[in-house]
Design a binder for this molecule. Sequence first.
Ligand code: CMP
Length: 134
Amino acid sequence: MRNKEKFIVILKPDGFRRKLIGKIINRFEEKGFDILDIKTETLSVKILEEHYVHLKEKVFFQDIVDYMTSGPVVIIAMEGLNGIEAARMLAGSTNSAQADPGSIRGTWALTIDENVIHVSDSVENGEHEYIRFF
Ligand code: CMP
């Protein structure tokens, strides 16, 4: 089945600080995804409380907010065949220590908290996140 899906990738503040923007966008482009929109901004607490509402009760919630507001991020809307599944494979496991060595997190990250990128985890969330960020 050939399904074109839209999704959001956020290059997190550690990736931005480490000058990984070009390398990470290149990985998605080489995989075959199309870039629909792209922008740089420092995220507000308000938008993060909405984006991470499912994690609000977690002990690490404030740490995520502090980290995600610690500097600029790059928000990229992309589209591609089987986009969500393929993009999440390219990103690698959320816990970077367990990420496939060929994946983005497997290449550039070691931990679960500073894991370089966020990728939408479902078609529905991809659509919601597109509206939220663009
Ligand atoms: P992300 O894909 O942005 O979605 C939720 C984020 O929460 C996740 O990436 C991680 O960065 C973060 N996260 C998940 N589990 C933990 C944890 N145990 N400790 C700290 N951060 C976490």
